[in-house]
Design a protein around this ligand. Sequence first.
Ligand code: C2E
Ligand code: MG
Ligand code: MG
Ligand code: MG
Length: 291
Amino acid sequence: HTKSLGRGRASMFTPELLAGASNKFRIEQDLRRAIERNEFELFFQPEVGIEDLQTQLVEALIRWRTPDGRYIPPGDFLSVAEESGLIMEISDWVLRTAIRAAAEWHHGPWPQARVAINVSPRQLLDYRFVDRVRELLTEFDVPSHCIEIELTESVLQTGPATVEQLRRLRALGIAIALDDFGTGYSSLSSLEQLPLTRVKLDRSLIESIDTNARSRSIVRAMIDMCNGLGLQVTAEGLERAEQFERFLGCKNLSLQGYLLSRPVAMDQVFTAMAGAAQRAQELVLLSNPHE
Ligand code: C2E
Ligand code: MG
Ligand code: MG
Ligand code: MG
């Protein structure tokens, strides 16, 4: 009996798994150093209103710049950060840095500045989260309407306490966006259960909006449904002019994607916003009317 258990165990530790584990350990060590030495940066990507063609908000996206000058995207380190608990410190840095950026813009060149901040389910499980947000808004003198919190449906799996925290955020006047909608196990009931102000349609949903009539119908119906619920909508990951055209005439809709602007460093934000507005205007002028 013991022997078979031993054998079973031994076979679990395949070379791949061991390599994976040591890789994870290395990333974790590197992340600790990154926190100590401040190797993170926030980039910002505009979301452009389809009606006024202006940037309505910018989404803050974390970047890790290693000492050798490489940028590591969040997809490559956030899961390790989550598992190791380092996400709490990193997330607090994101929150503080994003709110400080909002303050700088709001009190300076962009009074209407709005900044969207991605938060992990684990962050929302911390009952101090709402107080922390309120504290930072006070510290930097930022009105709550300048901030939007982005979360994914996975928060619903963490229980009623997180939904209660979201209600408290809403009560403070902070906007709440449901990110990556239309992926995985997306369910319409989350639109009912979460106190949302915006839905962000995932890139995979709008990928073939210009080439596939069924995909187009689905996206249009979703936008109508969200509008009917009083929600703003953002379409994520727009890369082609042909996709842009298909959204003309929609209401309460913002577009985000490389087509209009890549995420940029803080000192590039106004250049990126101007570029996105100009690109959007050109696209409207060049557009062919559909249906
Ligand atoms: P997300 O919140 O859905 O962010 C959108 C992602 O799509 C970003 O990737 C952005 O750079 C990328 N993107 C934007 N436009 C396009 C496009 O036209 N084409 C393509 N292919 N991609 C586009 P990024 O920055 O690598 O972030 C990936 C994910 O990591 C984010 O997805 C978000 O879930 C998470 N994340 C990023 N920053 C933070 C953060 O500060 N805190 C937390 N908790 N999560 C973060
Ligand atoms: Mg997001
Ligand atoms: Mg998203
Ligand atoms: Mg996404």
